[in-house]
Write a protein of this length. Structure first.
Length: 305
């Protein structure tokens, strides 16, 4: 069974669990994490992060939030600081809480993402993805017009603007099949997209566990100090290590149950309490069953069980 089939198996809950965050209303906060580099953390009905960088030649926006209404708030934050044009908009992956605000930034003329993001957003299933979001109480979802990237890359891309150098890196499948993380060597900073969640159980409906671990190891090996995650507060390299550790623990626990010949329901019953105890301070505990299921499917297929 192929990776594409694995993705299809869980399509029914691809958005269901990611949207478990939506009923919670959080006030967005804008933090200048480095000179002219801002992170918008949390937000009304969704807690995905947006980063924008103000250079002397224009602005770079990374992830556009869940709706045009939320994206307009990003634009307001930018315009409070500069009248320079938005030059580049970047999507770290296709999930709606990072792309459904794209239409607000169409004026930048350049929306960049990995080529698989384009395929996901032009696929007919993208309408189902949007429909799922509309079932939750997120203001402005009826205004969304799915807006795919118009510039894509395959393995890597570099952007130079106004003295800032961004390396866009795709290390294979991980959180999704089209993840981008952005490395700024001069600032020793990584903008991770949803490859890293800070003190949250990640959404894993599209995940490939082994390849996600490999991407995090590569990210960890870079010379970096500041980490801007896809969800949660900005932090340091321990955020990468904690996310990798969680995936390794999940993998080990699930594989142990598979070796014993346990069913999915038995595996959930055995693994869930261990993870809850080990990561008791993490949010989004309702995602655990989905995470265990995704790992169970991946390693069942790999081991021919």
């Amino acid at each position: 069974m192929t990776g594409k089939t694995l993705k299809t198996i869980t399509l029914g809950w691809v958005v269901g669990l990611i949207l478990s965050l939506c009923p919670q209303i959080l006030a967005a906060k804008t933090v200048e994490v480095l000179p002219n580099i801002f992170a918008i953390v949390d937000g009304e009905g969704v807690d995905s992060n947006t980063t924008f960088i103000i250079t002397k030649e224009g602005v770079i926006v990374i992830d556009t939030r869940v709706s045009p209404k939320e994206a307009e708030k990003v634009m307001t934050e930018i315009r409070q600081r500069t009248d320079l044009p938005i030059v580049y908009t970047i999507n770290t992956h296709y999930h709606g809480d990072h792309t459904f605000g794209n239409q607000v930034f169409k004026g930048s003329k350049t929306i960049i993402a990995h080529k698989n993001v384009l395929q996901s957003l032009i696929d007919p299933s993208a309408k189902d993805h949007l429909a799922k979001f509309k079932t939750f109480n997120i203001p402005g979802m009826d205004e969304v017009k799915i807006t795919p990237p118009n510039v894509v890359y395959e393995k890597g891309m570099e952007i130079f603007l106004g003295g800032y150098h961004l390396r866009l890196i795709h290390r294979g499948r991980g959180h999704t099949d089209g993840d981008t993380f952005i490395y700024m060597n001069e600032w020793r900073t990584v903008i991770t997209g949803d490859l890293v969640f800070n003190k949250q159980f990640p959404y894993m409906g599209d995940a490939y566990v082994d390849e996600w671990i490999d991407a995090l190891q590569f990210m960890e090996d870079q010379d970096n100090e500041l980490i801007i995650p896809g969800h949660g507060d900005v932090g340091g390299k321990p955020l990468i290590i904690a996310m990798k550790h969680y995936l390794l623990v999940l993998k080990g626990l699930v594989r142990k149950q598979l070796e014993k010949g346990k069913t999915l329901s038995e595996t959930k019953a055995a693994v869930r309490p261990v993870l809850l105890e080990k990561y008791s301070g993490w949010k989004k505990q309702e995602r655990l069953d989905g995470n265990i299921e995704r790992a169970f499917l991946e390693y069942s297929l790999k081991e021919g069980l």
